[in-house]
Design a protein around this ligand. Sequence first.
Ligand code: SER
Length: 927
Amino acid sequence: MARSSARPGAVPRDQGWRVPRPWFTQAPQAVAAPRPAFGSMKPLTVAEIRERYLRFFEERGHQRLPSDSLVPRDDPTLLFTGAGMNQFKDMFMGKGSLPYRRVTTAQKCLRVPDLENVGLTPRHHTFFEMLGNFSFGDYFKKECIPWEWEFFSRELGIPERQMVVTVYTDDDEAWEIWHRDVGLEPERIFRFGEKENFWPAEAPSKGPNGPCGPCSEIYFDARPDEPYPAHEGLESLPDDRFTEIGNCVFTQFERKPDGALEPLPQRNIDVGLGLERIAAVLAGAPNNFETDLFQPFLQWIAERSGKPYQRDRADDVRMRRITDHVRALVFCIADGAVPSNEGRGYVVRKILRRAARDGYDLGIEGAFLHQMVDVVGAAMGDAYPEVREHAGQCRMLIRSEEESFAAVYRQGAERLARFLADQTMVEGPLAGSGEFAFELHDTHGFPVDITRQIMADRGFVLDEAGFEAAMEAQRQRARAAAASGTDAVFAESAAMQLRAAGVPATEFVGYDRIAEDSTIVALLDAEQKPVESLVGDGFAVVGRTPFYAEGGGQVGDRGTITAGASRAAVHDTTSQDGFHLHRLTVADGTLTVGQDTRLEVDAVARRATERNHTATHLLHAALKQVLGDHVNQAGSLVAPDRLRFDFTHGDKLTRAQVANVEELVNAVVMDSIDVQAKVRSMDEARREGFVALFGEKYGDEVRTLAVGGFSKELCGGTHVRNSGNIGSFRVISDAAISAGTRRIEAATGAVSRSLADLEREQLSELAQLLKAPPGEVATRTKALVDEVKKLRKDLAKALAPDPAQLRQELEQKASSVDGVRVALLVREGLDVKLAQDLLNRAAKSMAPFLGVVLSPAADHVVVAAAATSEVADRAPAVELVRAATGELGGGGGGKPEKAQGRGKDPSRIDDAVRAVRERLSAAGLGT
Ligand code: SER
């Protein structure tokens, strides 16, 4: 699987998938073998291939492990898991703690750099599954190569004559094994350089640093009867004939910062097989999407859009893209990467929008992607139960994203209309339209095809070259970003350095204790570089710590560390790959590695945080009871002074709902229930009714936290021992943070009480001002508000101009131009009704008549205009109103005879008058 992302510049080639044929009925022309493939009546399904692979390697002594999450744990530098080996990188370096030396997995992967190719080429996906077998310093090439061959030829039944292999330029050892042990003729063993046959690709010359090695790939040959290509001058195998189906990496080097490849202490194996492409090869399908796995997706889209698959090339690409993207979306969200504006969330949002756009272009009406969550569940839920478990949340998040994107789409169309309104007609491409179309596409998610279409409807031609240039610049930026993302797989974090130096992982004892004696095992300076002693700012790592490291929404502990006469204030604590990093400032003396030390957590802050943490669980359970099962946690922050809980729900909570939630939580507080924490297997936890939130792995050990039967969650945080310790709970605010997600802030214990104190003070202050007892503050205030309203109305009436006087004024202002009475009146104190009445009467008595009234008030300007039929065509009233509001801000509407509007900025009244006069002059009615 090295090649798909490793050569971003490669131009993907079609492989005959355009050949028209009824889907799933005829043999595709590009593949020589007749369907059903390789002798079986029915090609193996994706599920069968996955199971056969894992069993094959189990039978050869491998431990079957679950897929890692798509969101890499303990590796903030990496956006998504992109290969099966990611979760084992420490094992390759000989530093991991796994008890196995042979492992096999089916890994969920997401490769964002492939996004643009999805649907266009036969083999690209964003989300895909990688089958893998790994050896950590155990077996090597001699066992690995024949096993892969056996798997493909015997287990899957791919004819031996339909496979060829590649090896790294100077890897004679692998060449010999393929030739002598497997029996391949030399012309079927190709040698390529570091671009094709090293992993990561081109690592020797370009990096990244870290574990790497030469690789050997296995290719399916679609036309084995044709002569083999000559080896000379070939840089890679032509991909209209050969499809890579497996990559064996011999991970035996560590690339050092100076570029040297140092042999690792152990030699490893990292094999990766793209499951979807193997399924396609076995099914004789010309592209990965035309296999059993994807059939229900394409059928669903075909039905919903009313367009059959394989009728129109462009539509087929859209259907494949939606299929790919909806899988990616559901898997990302189920692993906790929810749509947002940054990082992972941005990628998820971008994928979603691309799919939604494809839906519009296919003519699908309304939001539809969320309805496909069940298609993903049906296709993949047996192998990955998380997609079924989180289906409700996926549906809700995807739906609200789809709905807000529909608004983006509308806004894009409006932006374009405004851009075009300022343009004059030209021959050929419209200057600047390429950049504008790109900005619409990139920043506002507005598709260029639609831009092109709308422009064509208005008689404009899109500047395609300008658009392409802007796109290319963007691609360059994306490639640079993607490349640095790959590098990050092996970025040397502080934790990696500590591990390399043999520092043991930190033991956390803070569930039971808040003070502990231990030893300083490592110190890092402010830049996180290891040092022997520390003054000022830096980080300390100790053998055993009571300090909780930030995680699961709970903030890290603060407190003090003392060593002899030296003393440091700990500001917070974070965890990196098993090491607790205490961020601190040494206030007195010096800290030195090896010193005995006393660690004391700030007890007041910790206890307050614990109250909030347990209350967060109770809040979550109460929200589910009050609002429904669709409520799911979308994020949280648990600090000493407050708790913040983000959850999936569409509407603002009513006052009764908030009161209900508070009552439920406070009832549990008053019942003084013991809080029970227990570490157990994920399977046992599920049996006991504990619900996994995001990304937990099956087979993992998890910590469960129960408050009686009221709340059951998986949680690694610290909590009160008894719900009574929470003291009291109250909601402070409820607000929307995005469509479909809300945020509640709440407080417990002393904070909740001081809030009540504050409110009591405010109330008594009000009572004093109103000279009423606190119980009557509301009625007294209401009476006051009503009185003010009435007085304002009376005042306006008293100040309103007299209509008869106004009529006189307007008549005096009206001058005769070209036989028409034209009047422009600027006068304070008129509302729209009065202004229109005035103009109506004038129109009747002075026809042919044309009049405009502008009435400035403190924060707005009333605008009205009227024109009798003789002049309405020359100077339509609605245009006069818009001429004025164009200057004033705001807007207006109406007909040629009668129109009104409202301006926002009274200070620009002179400009508005000028604009109206100009419009009148243009109509030959200037006064
Ligand atoms: N790491 C290699 C790849 O991703 C083999 O698993 O292709």
